[in-house]
Design a protein. Structure first.
Length: 202
């Protein structure tokens, strides 16, 4: 065998090894489940409603689709119910607002508790170390207004995942809990997200 042919065979073998390695890495990445926040939502997970402020009226359809998707994920059973809209903020575990700002965020979620458990003054908490009673989700029309409804649904589903106690999953683009800025490739809840939800709410 001459040197040229030998080099070609070695190069071909190296390419195959690299290809298999990349495939295995992608496969492993796509099965990475979202980490869980340290605190817990204390609202009954079987009695979840969301409230849409008038500032978020342009997002009503993707919000409804994202909420439905978290209940009916197609990946089996979870305890979330009904995750539907209420027009009385008193009954809401997730309050959704719109805003417009060049802050670099499609949206964000804040976590709130009350001084007397379920009553009293509301105060913000760190969800990694404290439990929370309800959430506020803010959706940024500055970046979302020209996006498709599917993209908006993905943003809402991601933020709802935080409300349920799931953290960012930026090493797995095939998780709804991957941030869009880290290359999220899906707009709906995936098996890994369902698995993480069920770990949080068995």
């Amino acid at each position: 065998m001459n040197a040229t042919k030998s080099k070609r065979i070695i190069a071909l073998l190296a390419a195959i090894v690299l290809s298999v390695g990349l495939s295995l890495a992608v496969s492993a990445s796509s099965t990475t489940e979202p980490p869980l926040l340290g605190g817990n939502l204390i609202w009954n997970i079987e009695s979840i409603y969301y409230y849409v402020d008038s500032s978020a009226n342009s997002f009503v359809t993707p919000i409804a689709n994202a909420a439905y998707n978290w209940v009916y994920t197609v990946y089996g059973w979870n305890n979330l119910y009904p995750n539907s809209r209420t027009y009385n903020i008193t009954y809401s575990a997730i309050d959704i607002y719109g805003y417009s700002s060049a802050d670099g965020n499609n949206g964000y979620t804040t976590f709130w508790a009350r001084t007397n458990g379920t009553t009293g003054n509301a105060y913000s908490v760190n969800p990694n170390s404290q439990n929370w009673l309800f959430n506020e989700v803010k959706l940024n029309s500055k970046y979302l207004s020209n996006q498709t409804d599917a993209y908006k649904q993905g943003v809402v589903a991601h933020e709802m995942g935080h409300c349920f106690g799931l953290n960012e999953n930026n090493t797995n683009p095939y998780s709804i809990m991957c941030q869009a800025g880290h290359g999220r490739a899906v707009t709906t809840v995936q098996q890994v997200d369902q698995n993480a939800f069920n770990r949080k709410h068995p």
